[in-house]
Design a protein around this ligand. Structure first.
Ligand code: ATP
Ligand code: MG
Length: 423
């Protein structure tokens, strides 16, 4: 038997229903925030991710699915969504022909060659947003408010918002130099990856999953002590706007996030539900004012986040969050014999187009088994089509709850159901 590839999973049943509910909520929320739906390709030129996500991130050095196509092109399955959206923003010249800021949202599969474990897959889904063209702290605060409000709408309570700032380029450079000085005597105590990070991107040492408990990490210099005035003011404003929206957050001075491109605000939302496990970061993001330029676009501010859907679904499950899922169907249609199947099919079509969830017996069951089957579907009504019903157009309808039987003409069927469905 062929099995699914390692690190992938199938969706069906109730999980599928719950996921669709969450997806619809996301879509509705993005409409209210007035974000534009983007869909970019699942594979892109490998160089996009090398330059966009950064050559020192784990994602790019160890986790990409790279391949050559039959035309010998180097392609990569996207490990994240931002680089593709930025490419699209630049390639479609949105800086010149769109409302500014351009507010984009996306949803889709991402691919990373990681060690599969709970909350970590090789194919996983992200919902994310990116906003281009505003350097105002309003935008940072708006972006942070999106996941917070989504969790609120869903009824997910156990969350914690962590924020930090890296400051602008000048502040970030000062901080970088301070880190280089600070870690110099300890370099041999750090893991191999961190020794490499020390040379390429020392900020990322703070993001290390191996060394994060070392004392040398806990006492490391903090970004907020290296901010220039502009960067301080920006961060103060982000906090002010979050306060004004009643969003609780904590400042976590070690938060730097895994990607190379962040400036100013970085944030993560954690699930704080008991027993959730170590993969508890539900979403993360921040400001990236250098990225568009790095990918050959005009200098453009950007800010965004990405949210892992699998971890969100797990958090919802852990908190037993209820969802208003549809349980049961409206109509179950029974053709009594071969002769009535065409008419029964015609009625099914009418019902479905008029908004009723409808099943038909596809398996030539006898009447008794059909009633059982209708019960399994939890159908509100059963419509029986025999020879007489077909000839006269007067249908026999059973109300499965009240156990009453009605004779209703085909013309009046939809009105009848509209009036009686609520019972
Ligand atoms: P982590 O520190 O958990 O590896 P990350 O920093 O690599 O996360 P991002 O690239 O910021 O994660 O992606 C945003 C979100 O996507 C994460 O917070 C997480 O919810 C989700 N995510 C990342 N990698 C995976 C994965 N392999 N499987 C499932 N979800 C993932
Ligand atoms: Mg990761």
């Amino acid at each position: 038997m062929i099995q699914k590839a390692k690190g992938t999973y199938d969706i069906y049943g109730d999980y599928g229903k719950r996921l669709l509910y969450v997806e619809e909520l996301i879509e509705g929320l993005m409409e209210k925030y007035n974000y534009e739906y983007f869909r970019t390709p699942i594979f892109e030129s490998s160089s996009l991710f090398h330059r966009g996500v950064g050559d020192t991130t784990d994602i790019v050095t160890k986790e990409t699915y790279d391949f050559k196509d039959r035309g010998d092109r180097d392609l990569t399955l996207r490990p994240e969504g931002t680089a593709g959206i930025v490419r699209s923003y630049i390639e479609n010249k949105m800086y010149g022909n769109h409302n500014i800021p351009v507010k984009a949202w996306y949803y889709g599969p991402m691919f990373r060659y990681e060690r599969p474990q709970s909350g970590r897959y090789r194919e996983f889904y992200q919902f994310g947003v990116e906003a281009f063209g505003s350097s105002d702290a309003l935008m940072d605060a708006e972006i942070i408010s999106i996941p917070v409000n989504l969790y609120k709408l869903l009824g997910l309570k156990g969350i914690k918002v962590n924020i930090n700032t890296l400051g602008d380029n000048e502040s970030r450079n000062n901080y970088r130099n301070a880190l280089i000085e600070y870690f110099k005597p300890y370099i041999n105590d750090l893991c191999e990856d961190c020794q490499e990070r020390y040379n390429k991107n020392p900020l990322r040492i703070l993001d290390c999953k191996v060394d994060h408990n070392l004392d040398v990490m806990k006492n490391a210099p903090r970004t907020i002590d290296y901010l220039n005035e502009t960067s301080k003011e920006h961060f103060e404003n982000v906090k002010k706007y979050l306060d004004s929206m009643n969003i609780d957050y904590e400042i976590n001075t070690n938060l730097v996030r895994g990607l190379d491109y962040y400036t100013h605000t970085v944030f993560e939302v954690e699930a704080s539900v008991e027993g959730f496990g170590s993969q508890n970061v539900l979403c993360g993001g921040g400001r990236y004012d250098n990225l568009v330029e790095t990918l050959d676009g005009p200098k453009t501010s950007g800010v965004g986040f990405a949210m892992g859907m699998e971890r969100l679904m797990t958090a919802l499950e852990y908190e037993n969050v209820e969802m208003p899922l549809i349980d049961g169907i409206d109509c179950y249609v029974i053709p009594m014999s071969e002769n009535e199947k065409d008419y029964a099919m015609h009625i099914c079509g009418d019902l479905r187009l008029n908004g009723f969830i409808t099943e038909i017996d596809y398996n030539n069951r006898n009447l008794k088994n059909n009633f059982k089957n209708a019960d399994k579907f939890n159908s509100k009504f059963i419509i029986i089509i025999g020879e007489q019903e077909k000839d006269s157009g007067i249908l026999t309808i059973k109300n499965n709850g009240a156990k009453e039987e009605y004779k209703i003409s085909h013309d009046e069927l939809i009105d009848f159901l509209d009036e009686n469905m609520g019972e």
